[in-house]
Ligand binder design. Structure first.
Ligand SMILES: Cc1cc2nc3c(=O)[nH]c(=O)nc-3n(C[C@H](O)[C@H](O)[C@H](O)COP(=O)(O)OP(=O)(O)OC[C@H]3O[C@@H](n4cnc5c(N)ncnc54)[C@H](O)[C@@H]3O)c2cc1C
Length: 401
């Protein structure tokens, strides 16, 4: 086993391909990293270690990514004090169009990856309206996180800015989303956020990996020392804590998947996010239905769906979208978000083990942060500077547990 990434190209400074890269964890982050590493020619051989092939086409149905709402939501998740989280999210959002274009040939027949191209954020009571105004005002004032990105060649496309964010009147909201109840005290619209279908995404990434010659080892890694590779990319979600001592903890979330029945009211056209009775709620379009989410509990490794979770999600969803009662309750499911203490993932080289690259701890935003994560990993393996917004997510910011 060696950590030598190979000699640098005298003209570009880029290093030649690492021979074998092993990715530990084959969900959304691991698959995207494996695909982009292989596609960029940053390794001669790419291997994914993933024990769970229980979903269609061998995707991991126990992973958080199988459960997720699939929102790409740095603006609607924006919160003062989380400047670095916001900057990373905006950088990644700008990379999504290119990732979707490259994935297009690998999307299986059926629904598309992208399911919504805009988001409405609503506040139902006065206190929530004040919070929403404050958070959106803060988001609109943040500096462009990708200034300098073009200079460093990090590949983030410009174009998505706070200019796409605006406060909308009740009338504008009604015209855009006629099926919503008239409960909003304040509402904002963000063009260009939206959502992807997490399960179609996993299927497309799997097929894209196969097309690039990526192979799988279908067993869990018990120690990173046992992985025979020149570089190891750690993308094991909540499993990363045990493997690398990182402070990544499971935060449980439940979602409902609803299917439209004949005669149902049309579901919202874009993503709808709201606070109802102090609880966060989202409605995310899917082909033929929608996803309703999500609860949040610190319960350790608990993936059971509770009666109270389903009751609260349905009650809150009906407050915002009264037509929900006619939908089929097709699935209730829970997953574990891999949360870090500061809500930033761990991206980039391990400070002590030169073989190890981290791509983990994405919490509530792992789908949204997939493109910037893969770009950071590829840049490191090629010996190039990564996206500037990813510097704050460097793993050397924490002490190991
Ligand atoms: C209810 C809910 C809603 C969410 N909604 C959104 C959303 O709308 N937008 C968004 O961006 N994000 C959302 N997320 C978060 C998102 O799902 C996660 O951040 C993302 O899935 C993290 O991806 P990952 O690949 O790191 O981890 P996971 O998807 O959890 O996958 C980890 C993988 O590692 C494998 N693994 C674990 N241990 C080992 C080991 N020892 N050896 C080999 N493999 C191992 C597992 O089998 C698994 O397949 C949501 C999550 C939940 C639970």
């Amino acid at each position: 086993m060696t950590a030598d990434p190979g000699p640098a190209d005298p003209r570009t400074g880029a290093r030649s391909a690492a021979r074998r890269v092993s990715v530990v964890g084959g969900s959304v982050i691991g698959l995207a990293c494996a695909w982009e590493v292989a596609r960029a020619g940053a390794a001669d051989e790419v291997v994914v270690h993933e024990p769970d092939d229980s979903g269609p086409g061998g995707v991991p149905a126990s992973a958080a990514a199988w459960v997720a709402g699939g929102m790409l939501a740095p603006f609607s998740e924006a919160w003062p004090g989380e400047e670095a989280v916001f900057a990373l999210g905006v950088d990644s959002l700008r990379r999504w169009p290119e990732m979707l274009r490259a994935l297009e040939p690998h999307v299986p027949p059926g629904p598309p990856v992208r399911t919504a191209a805009h988001t409405h954020m609503l506040a139902v009571d006065e206190a929530d309206a004040r919070d929403l105004d404050m958070a959106m005002d803060w988001a609109a004032r943040q500096p462009d996180p990708t200034v300098g990105a073009t200079r460093s060649g990090s590949g983030s496309a410009p174009g998505i800015t706070a200019a796409d964010l605006r406060r909308v009147t009740r009338r504008e909201l009604r015209e855009a989303e006629p099926s919503l109840a008239r409960v909003a005290r304040a509402a904002y619209r963000m063009d260009s956020e939206g959502a992807v279908d997490n399960r179609v995404l996993l299927a497309a990434l799997t097929r894209a990996c196969v097309a690039e010659g990526v192979t799988w080892v279908r067993s869990a890694v018990s120690s990173l020392d046992h992985v025979d590779a020149d570089h190891v990319v750690l993308a094991a979600g909540t499993g990363s804590a045990a493997l690398a001592g990182l402070p990544v903890r499971p935060v449980k979330g439940e979602v409902l998947r609803l299917r439209a029945r004949p005669g149902c009211e049309d579901p919202p056209r874009g993503v709808v996010r709201a606070f109802v009775r102090g609880r966060p709620l989202y409605l995310v379009p899917r082909e033929g239905g929608l996803v309703v989410g999500a609860t949040q509990y610190e319960h350790g490794d608990d993936r059971q769906v509770t009666v109270a979770g389903v009751r609260d999600l349905l009650a809150d969803a009906e407050t915002v979208f009264p037509g929900i009662g006619e939908f089929e309750l097709a699935e209730t499911i829970a997953g574990l978000r891999p949360m870090s203490p500061d809500n930033l993932p761990f991206l980039g080289p391990d400070p002590t083990d030169p073989r190890l690259v981290h791509a983990t701890g994405h919490g509530r935003n792992g789908i949204a942060l997939t493109p910037v994560t893969a770009a950071t990993v590829v840049a490191h393996l090629q010996g190039r500077p990564g996206p500037p917004a990813a510097l704050a997510a460097s793993p050397d910011r924490v002490r190991r547990g």
